[in-house]
Design a protein around this ligand. Structure first.
Ligand code: ADP
Length: 595
């Protein structure tokens, strides 16, 4: 994965570099084209100005040659006086036409008269045969030449024209020199450099003086010979101008050092002026162009950078968004996992609870079974052992012939058997629901009957029953026999609880509460301790000695009342003694019919 990423990055970088390179190249081409355009227009202007200047003087020597004063002066030879007059005339004319010097040369090359006759560097007496303008004019042509004045040391352009006698014979030459310093100084301070080379490639006019009189073309022997012959540059030593030419962005560029010494690159254009034999060069410094290129390239790079940053930011944003979504998904998954885990834990705890409950029920059942076995074995073994004793005695009594006592014994055995049968019946009642149908029962009658039934037991303990049922109680829902059984149970328990008391009393009362009738039996015994109040309704729960109680009375009573849609509640009276509340539903005729 890493190498692929690296590859992508390298490709990307290469692409960026290529883009920058291309932009730079395009910027360079356009900048150089603009530069060239400017240089060319500057060149046109410069050449135009030069041509204007020269053409203004071009025709003048021929005009002056035709003047009779000039012709006569050259034809007839000159006396002192004539020379002086001619000198003055030349000086005046020179001033009028605004040239540098105006002078007349004899055919032997000697200057006879000159406008500068009165200066130290006067041309008078100088011989100019070596100057091409003289030889050209002496031969009948129009002479023109550029040179450094051998006498004056001042650069100038020379025009010359033959002076003819009336018969057409050439008698001399009129020459005119114009300066170029003004032209040259006008080139200063422009945005470009200008220089002019002669046919040998030597710079004679230049906006930077350091390039002047230097050869742009190699200074070959031929060129040096021609230059020396015409003494164009007088005795000035000539040197090559160190430069390098090259092509940049399809344009010609020249590198050379100026007055400041440092080399610079110039976009160069040139145009020749065939009449004058000159070549005008305009040098356009490329520094400005390069700055422009750099600026444009920088702008493009900046733009590229901004675009890239933008793309990068967008990419980052997208990545962050995806990351956040992924985090959310992960968090959701984690939450779901935790929920599932908790649910599983809960389920496990629940299962455990169920198992423990089942175990408890099982343990409770076993405990109840144990208690029942102990109680039953006692209840049955005791009468069995007694019956066996009675049977043994009866057998002895029969052997002795004491039949009446034997019969008494058998009677005892029978009553023991009856008791065991009664226990069995009792148990059957617990195990199985009797088929007795439910009726509206008159509570008053049932309670009266029950008290009568329990009379023997109550009398045995000397218990008095205070019955205080209000009149007009509605009939209740139940079976009369089983309801009697419940009340007898409760009376018996009360008698048990008050055993040994001086004046034991049971109070029976009743009241109606809405759809219910509450029958309350209150004794004056010790009451039911809170610690066992919850358990006394359980089957086989008893606090009585083995043999005295089976622990079934309250359990059976509770179940009977539940069958009736009622309840059995136990509490302790504030003044002592237990309160058993038999809750019964008021019988509704329709409800009974539905049974
Ligand atoms: P048994 O009478 O055979 O013990 P019951 O189910 O009738 O069985 O009674 C369970 C227990 O309730 C009794 O052993 C006794 O401890 C308690 N009990 C019942 N009635 C009373 C009462 N009136 N006063 C005090 N305790 C009572």
């Amino acid at each position: 994965m890493n190498w692929r990423r690296n590859m992508r990055v390298s490709l990307f970088v290469a692409l960026c570099l290529f883009l920058v390179f291309t932009v730079e190249r395009l910027a360079r081409i356009s900048a150089f084209s603009e530069g060239q355009y400017q240089a060319e227009s500057a060149l046109r202007q410069t050449v135009g100005a030069l041509e204007d200047h020269i053409s203004r003087f071009e025709a003048l020597p021929a005009l002056i040659a035709r003047q009779s004063e000039v012709r006569d002066f050259l034809t007839s030879g000159a006396s002192e006086g004539q020379i002086s007059a001619m000198n003055l005339w030349l000086k005046e004319t020179n001033q009028v036409i605004a040239s540098s010097d105006l002078y007349l040369i004899a055919l032997d090359g000697t200057t006879l008269a000159a406008s500068n006759f009165d200066r130290a560097d006067s041309f008078i007496g100088e011989n100019f045969t070596y100057r091409p303008y003289f030889s050209d004019a002496a031969a009948g042509g129009l002479g023109r030449f550029f040179a450094l004045g051998t006498t004056s040391g001042v650069r100038g352009y020379y025009f010359a024209s033959p002076v003819r006698h009336e018969d057409g014979r050439i008698v001399g030459v009129v020459a005119l020199k114009i300066g170029v310093d003004d032209l040259e100084s006008a080139w200063q301070g422009l945005g470009h450099h200008t220089l002019v080379t002669d046919p040998e490639g030597i710079v004679f006019m230049s906006s930077d003086p350091i390039w002047r009189y230097r050869g742009l073309l190699p200074l070959t022997e031929d060129r040096m010979a021609r230059t020396t012959a015409s003494r164009r540059y007088s005795d000035l030593p000539l040197q090559s101008l160190d430069h390098v030419t090259m092509i940049d962005a399809g344009k010609e560029v020249i590198r050379l050092a100026g007055t400041t010494g440092e080399t610079r690159d110039f976009l160069t254009v040139a145009k020749s002026m065939p009449n004058a034999g000159w070549t005008v060069h305009v040098l356009f410094d490329t520094a400005a162009l390069r700055a422009q290129i750099r600026l444009r390239t920088a702008a493009a790079v900046l733009l590229l950078g901004v675009a890239l940053s933008l793309a990068w930011a967008l990419r980052q944003r997208k990545a962050r968004l995806q990351e956040r979504i992924a985090l959310q998904v992960a968090a959701q998954a984690e939450l779901e996992r935790q929920v599932a885990e908790r649910t599983a834990d809960l389920q496990e705890a629940n299962d455990e609870l169920h198992r423990m409950q089942a175990d408890l029920v099982q343990a409770g059942k076993l405990a109840a079974l144990g208690r029942m076995s102990a109680a039953l074995s006692h209840e049955i073994n005791q009468p069995l052992a007694a019956a066996r004793n009675y049977a043994d005695s009866a057998a002895l009594l029969i052997d002795r012939g004491d039949l009446p006592r034997a019969q008494e014994n058998i009677g005892q055995i029978l009553s023991l058997i009856d008791r065991m049968a009664a226990i069995a019946r009792h148990l059957r009642n617990v195990a199985r629901k009797p088929d007795e149908a439910l009726h509206p029962v008159d509570l008053h009658a049932v309670v009266t009957d029950a008290v009568k039934l329990a009379d023997t037991r109550l009398a045995a303990s000397g218990v008095t029953v205070h019955m205080a049922l209000p009149p007009g109680l509605p009939p209740v829902r139940g079976g009369p026999v089983r309801l009697q059984q419940v009340i007898v149970n409760l009376l018996t328990n009360a008698a048990d609880a008050m055993e040994g008391m001086a004046a034991p009393v049971v109070e029976i009362s009743a009241r109606q509460e809405g759809g219910l009738v509450l029958l309350v039996l209150r004794d004056h015994g010790p009451g039911v301790p809170a610690s066992i109040a919850e358990r006394i309704m359980e089957p086989f729960y008893t606090t009585k000695a083995v043999g005295s109680g089976l622990g079934l009375g309250l359990s059976i009573s509770y179940n009977i009342l539940k069958d009736f849609g009622g309840d059995l509640r136990v509490s302790n009276h504030p003044e002592g003694g237990a309160c058993f509340e038999v809750v019964l539903q008021v019988a509704s005729v329709r409800g009974m019919a539905a049974e």
